[in-house]
Structure formats: structure tokens, C-alpha cells
Design a protein around this ligand. Structure first.
Ligand SMILES: Cc1cc2nc3c(=O)[nH]c(=O)nc-3n(C[C@H](O)[C@H](O)[C@H](O)COP(=O)(O)OP(=O)(O)OC[C@H]3O[C@@H](n4cnc5c(N)ncnc54)[C@H](O)[C@@H]3O)c2cc1C
Length: 448
């Protein structure tokens, strides 16, 4: 009977384990920290809720308005009331706390029969030519002791669902990927101030918040996650960029208190090898985060599921050990299904995040209803959206305009205009009394 170890109990690992356990395959899930709060914005597309049968209880907020804010502080609302129907309000972006969502999915896999081990895998002996059987050494924390008890387990197959710093990827010599570094502060706001973020999230673009990504303010149940990301080569600037996003969003954050500061890598493309021997990578360990949007939760869950489905099929329900070629079928299916999505989003990032002029054009373009519909259909439902010839022409012209602005015009100076929510007098009065408490040291730039 096939024995599978899933290393990592985030969305990718739990979804893989669930499929394996349902098929009756002997499955262990290793998670080093059962209350792990993965640093994450926690935004999930609507289709994930139904596809992965997620209960409403794990969703803190249903966002129906995404406010895009340009380098000159032009605000464009992508309101789902306008894009879809105002009546049933069935479309939304789910905002989750990862500690809540991950625990739910992991416990569900365990309830279905996966053996959940509260343990850190420290060593993987991969056998002759990395073909297994695989001997795992791990620290078992199930007795609650800080150091853990060293144990071993032999398995026939490993799913590496252990995130961006994957130990499985190292054991299988999967090769490196470029990564971005993301920084985030969770800022608790008084309940009155939280009302502004009731069903609204913000995305800020501009060289002051990131030279190659965007900054965000995403609402959670009683706080907002405020963060930004930038590619590895610029990582020394990350705190300065975090000051930038705080500065831009200060009107709404001035009364906040930082309750958590977190940082984590975000992979930028798949690893050179995702299957070696009987070891397969999924989620961030494989490198499945999209450019432009930095979305990885759905793709982690989906890749875990697809990899496990391939294992169930190739092992005939656990009766034989799948080969490397069997496991590579999962990669072929994955690349066929999502290859274009990754390419398109990489191109969009290249075009629109290259200068403040291009970012300005990008936000302006988001004011167009066809662009809004296209963006949200493809994000919320993960489907390829057909466009009529007029829409195609319009989109092409808007993109050409953005390219021209990005290439030809000099980077514009950042010149804030008053926000719709508070005027500057009000903000200054508030800043004189108090400012965001805690978090990173922001020096003079943000006056806190
Ligand atoms: C700041 C930030 C914001 C983000 N915001 C969003 C967002 O809003 N929406 C979105 O879709 N994506 C977002 N992402 C990306 C998203 O967080 C990841 O794509 C997603 O978490 C990948 O899931 P995963 O299961 O592959 O890996 P992870 O979620 O990283 O899970 C890996 C798990 O493995 C465990 N583990 C690791 N090593 C071991 C070991 N040796 N032994 C045992 N256990 C181990 C870890 O404790 C962890 O629980 C964001 C990322 C960052 C850094």
C-alpha cells in the first residue's frame, strides 16, 4: 500500500492530503506550527469558496470595492455593484486570516483520515538516485515540548508543500527561483475607522510604494493588513517602501496600532525541476504565485489537489507506487491549464509597473468598465474571458497608450491630492494628537 508524506500544512498541503485521504491512501501531513499565521494578505477569489467548499466562517470580510490608487493619488473604484449586479451581491473577494483558513483546511484533511503530525521535518534521505523510499527525520512537537522529540518515518512518495523556503526542494535539487520580498504590518483600527474598510480594499501603485509591485491595505475582521513587496534585488529598500505605503494610506490609518509585523519571500516563477524521483512540489514550494497580482493561495490549493489526483489515478487508488513519469503528468496538466495566465500576468507587470507614468495609465485604464469586467471575471472565476472585437481593440489601444507613457515620458513626481475620506486639515489635527503606534521605525518621512 502506497505511503505518502505531505510536508507543509498550508493550503497546498491540506488540499493534497484531503484528496489522498479520501482515496484511502496512507497519508501523513507534517506541519511545524499548528497555529502558524502565514504572512499573507489573505485575499481569495470567489471560485475558491465553492471549489474548495470553504465555510463563510473563515471569511472575515467580503470585499465588493477594490480602490486602485495611482502615483498621483487618483482613485479609481472597481465596484462589483457596477460590474455585476447590485441586488444579489453574490460576487466578492474573500479576505481571510491565514491562521483561521489554514487550520480549517488542515483539520478537514485530518478528519478525512490524513495523519496530522505537529512536527518539523529536518532531514530527508532520498535513497538511490533520489527514487526512494524516503526516510524523513523530524522533530515531533505533539507533546508540547519546545525542542521536540526526534523521530523517523519511511514513505514511498513526498509532496513538498512546505512553502517558499522548501526543504523538499533542496532535497530533490529542484533548483532556485527568483523571489520578491513582501513586508506587512497588521494595523488594528478603532471600530469606527474600520467601517471605511467594511467591504473595501485598496491597492496603491507608485515608485514610492514599490518599483515593481504594489502596496495594499486589505481588511480583516478587526484590523487591516498593510504591506508592499519588491523583487529580491531591491530588498534593502523594503522598509522604506513600507514607509511609503503607510504615508499614502495615513489618512485612514492614523489612529491605528501595529499588532504584528511580518515578512516573507514570494516566488516569482516555477523552479527548474518540480518533480524528481517520487517527490513533487506544489504551491509556493513549486513557485506558483502569479506576477502582477501576487496571488498564490488559490494556485497553492489547486496544485495540491491536482498533484494528489494524479497520484490517486497513477497509483490505482494506492495499490502501486507511481513513477517519476506518472508524477510529471501533473506538471503537464498544470502548465496546460495555467501557463497562459502566468505569462499574461508577467507581461502586464512588465508593462504597467515600469514607471509612474505607466502606473498612472494603468489606474486610468481600470476606470473602463470592460477592463473591470475582464479583470474580475478572470480573477474571481479563474476562467479565460472571451472579448468581442471592439473590446479587444479598446484594450489594445489602452495598453499601447500605457506602453507609450511608460517608455516615453519621464517618471512623474508624486503629488498627492486630498483623499475622498478625510481632508488634510483633519489629518494634520489627528497627527498632532497621535499617530500609528508601533511597527517599523518610520523616521521623519511619515512623521510617526
Ligand atoms: C506578505 C504576503 C502577502 C500575500 N498576500 C496574498 C494574498 O492576498 N492572496 C493570495 O492569494 N496570495 C498571497 N500571498 C501568497 C500566498 O501567501 C502563498 O502563495 C500561499 O501561502 C502558498 O501556500 P502554500 O501552501 O504553498 O505554502 P505556505 O502557505 O507557505 O505553507 C507552507 C507550510 O509548510 C510549513 N512548513 C514549512 N517547512 C516545514 C517543515 N520542514 N516541516 C513541517 N512544516 C513545514 C509552514 O509552517 C507552512 O504552514 C502573499 C504572500 C506574502 C508573503
Amino acid at each position: 500500500m502506497l505511503r505518502v508524506a505531505v510536508i507543509g500544512g498550508g493550503p497546498s498541503g491540506s488540499c493534497a492530503a484531503e484528496v489522498l485521504a479520501k482515496a484511502g491512501i496512507e497519508t501523513w501531513v507534517f506541519e511545524r506550527k499548528l497555529d502558524n499565521a502565514k504572512p499573507c494578505g489573505g485575499a481569495i477569489p470567489l471560485c475558491m469558496v465553492s471549489e474548495f467548499d470553504l465555510p463563510e466562517s473563515i471569511i472575515d470580510r467580503k470585499v465588493r470595492n477594490m480602490r486602485m490608487i495611482s502615483p498621483s493619488n487618483r482613485e479609481v473604484d472597481i465596484s462589483l455593484d457596477k460590474v455585476y449586479s447590485e441586488e444579489d451581491k453574490k460576487e466578492y473577494i474573500g479576505m481571510c486570516r491565514r491562521e483561521v483558513m489554514d487550520a480549517f483546511m488542515r483539520d478537514r484533511a485530518a478528519d478525512l483520515g490524513a495523519k496530522l503530525v505537529n512536527g518539523l521535518v529536518t532531514k530527508i534521505d532520498t535513497g538511490v538516485n533520489r527514487q526512494g523510499p524516503y526516510l524523513l527525520t523530524y522533530s515531533d512537537y505533539s507533546k508540547g515540548e519546545a525542542s521536540g522529540e526526534t523521530k523517523e518515518l519511511e514513505v514511498d512518495l513526498i509532496i513538498g508543500a512546505d512553502g517558499a523556503n522548501s526543504r523538499v526542494a533542496k532535497a530533490m535539487d529542484a533548483g532556485d527561483y527568483n523571489y520578491a520580498i513582501a513586508f506587512q504590518e497588521r494595523i488594528k483600527l478603532p471600530s469606527e475607522e474600520m467601517k471605511y474598510y467594511e467591504d473595501l480594499a485598496e491597492m496603491y501603485v507608485g515608485s514610492d510604494v514599490s518599483s515593481d509591485f504594489y502596496g495594499w491595505v486589505f481588511p480583516k475582521y478587526d484590523h487591516v493588513a498593510v504591506g508592499t513587496g519588491t523583487m529580491k534585488k531591491n530588498q534593502t529598500q523594503i522598509k522604506e517602501l513600507q514607509v511609503g505605503i503607510r504615508e499614502r494610506a495615513k489618512k485612514r490609518l492614523v489612529n491605528g496600532e501595529v499588532i504584528k509585523v511580518e515578512a516573507h519571500p514570494i516566488p516569482e516563477h516555477p523552479r527548474p525541476r518540480r518533480v524528481v524521483g517520487r517527490m513533487a512540489l506544489v504551491g509556493d514550494a513549486a513557485g506558483y504565485v502569479t506576477k502582477s497580482s501576487g496571488e498564490g493561495i488559490y494556485f497553492a490549493a489547486k496544485s495540491g489537489r491536482m498533484c494528489a489526483e494524479q497520484i490517486v489515478e497513477s497509483s490505482k487508488g494506492g495499490k502501486r507506487i507511481p513513477t517519476e513519469l506518472d508524477l510529471k503528468k501533473y506538471l503537464r496538466k498544470w502548465d496546460k491549464k495555467y501557463g497562459t495566465t502566468y505569462t499574461v500576468l508577467a507581461i502586464l507587470q512588465f508593462i504597467f509597473y515600469r514607471s509612474d507614468a505607466a502606473r498612472e495609465a494603468f489606474v486610468a485604464m481600470c476606470d473602463d468598465m470592460d477592463v473591470q469586467r475582464l479583470t474580475f471575471d478572470s480573477y474571481l472565476y479563474k476562467k479565460v474571458v472571451a472579448m468581442n472585437p471592439w473590446q479587444q481593440l479598446k484594450l489594445t489601444l489602452l495598453t499601447v497608450d500605457a506602453v507609450a507613457r511608460g517608455l516615453l515620458k519621464p517618471t512623474g513626481k508624486y503629488s498627492p491630492v486630498p483623499s475622498a475620506v478625510r481632508n488634510d486639515d483633519e489629518v494634520n489635527k489627528m497627527l498632532a494628537i497621535s499617530t500609528i503606534k508601533g511597527g517599523i521605525k518610520v523616521g521623519n518621512k511619515s512623521k510617526s
